[in-house]
Write a protein of this length. Structure first.
Length: 76
């Protein structure tokens, strides 16, 4: 069973981000956390919600079309 609460270091590893960026997200309250004694823990569900929110922000995003150079051959 996966742990319900992760340390900032574990959260960084799970998201593939730096630990310092996780602390920035915590400070800006973009990533919720709970404090137990003197330790800060991030609920696993908060990480999942964070990723889902970023994915939702990208919905409808279309990258700029690639410009083709004159004489370029496209094939399939």
């Amino acid at each position: 069973m996966e742990p319900l609460l992760l340390s900032p270091k574990e959260a960084a590893k799970a998201l593939g981000l730096s630990q310092s960026y996780i602390y920035e997200l915590l400070a800006s309250e973009a990533l919720p956390s709970i404090t137990i004694g003197r330790t800060r823990r991030i609920p696993r569900r908060a990480l999942e919600d964070f990723v889902e929110a970023r994915e939702a922000a990208l919905e409808g995003y279309l990258p700029h079309p690639v410009k083709r150079q004159a004489g370029e051959i496209t094939g399939a």
